[in-house]
Design a protein around this ligand. Sequence first.
Ligand code: PLP
Length: 420
Amino acid sequence: MTLEYINNELSVNGNGLTGIAREYGTPLFVYDENMIRSQCRKYHRVLEEAGLDYSISYASKAFTSVQMVKLLAEEKMKLDVVSQGELYTALKAGFNARDIHFHGNNKTAQEVEYALASGIGLIVVDALDEVALIDSIATGKIDVLLRINPGVDVDTHEFIQTGQEDSKFGLSIHNGSALEAVDAIKESRHLNFRGIHYHLGSQLSTESPFLNALEAVYSWLSDSSLDIEVLNMGGGYGVKYVEDDRRFPIESGFRSITGKLKRLAEKYGYPLPHVMIEPGRSIIAEAGTTVYEVGVIKEIPGITKYVSIDGGMSDHLRTPLYDAQYEVIPVNRTEGGDTEANVVGKLCESGDIIGKHLAVPADLKRGDLLAVKTTGAYHYSMASNYNQMAKPAVVFVDDQETRPVIRRQTLGQLIENDVL
Ligand SMILES: *Cc1c(COP(=O)(O)O)cnc(C)c1O
């Protein structure tokens, strides 16, 4: 995010965060719209330069909303959904159903019906059982990819590793189950086998797992005498949360991935496939910042200091869930120097932490604003109403204006479905 201090006030694209937070309230998710667009364009550029037939599908689960989906359509992105709700959101935004792909390790019959009725472009089959399910519901032909498991280990948190042999996702290329599913698809009446998909994991910082997967996949395709039109390499391109993190190098990484693909296709005598990728986090994470207001500050003499903010694990789950690290900075910079503190949420759990041992302004006081950087992905989308907390508002900021994208939940909405 283009966050910078102007006259000691944190701003996005030149717009001060104090005024934005005053207008929309806190906690508030603020997105740099220019940055979301420039990430989309960066992926387009590098794949175009590789001279490939390609498409880029944004993974809705990172963050979705009607305005987000409209922006993605403007940026010529396609869309991945993993539930009826994500598909509904995309359709309400007027997104072309042909450009939507349905993922998930347990699509329900109702979801498959809804997807087919809406004219979805592609379903990614995740299990053998799904072939019969889709075949029994479909009335016309439906293009499918098969989610395979290439069995490559990746160096990331175990909850976000997905391409290893022991996984709830996809079918192994090593034990014959992927090939069995391909045969079942080809024998079905309505499923049209277009190619394969894999997703190796999330927050990957180098191209090496992608290169290893390509090797494994092409050798398997060749051994199995299997032709594909589409090769979907998934998402998982890492972002920078804190100084020590290594961002996936999109330009050089994709030059090396596409170079490898071309060499392997030639080596095994395959035409180049239509290449799909599915970035989520790397499109949106660094474009987002959460702004909170400071409340209670508690000093435990000789031990530590706790700074409580007006949100927490209801809008920031990744620290409790993965022990993820974040940078927390003041919206208004002062001259008073820093002190160490634990910045914590207001929910009734000791694990409700934004960050431990962080440097915060020594003169921080109730009413001051703190910004948590790189919260654009898997924050709002993982938000809950735990403790009956209302979900925060979301705004997009470009150089011209700040525009509301999602309104703050109201108290009334918290009991909207309650039987009174
Ligand atoms: C989560 C997911 C993605 C996106 O992952 P990011 O780490 O956000 O890029 C892409 N494809 C599939 C199938 C996924 O499950």
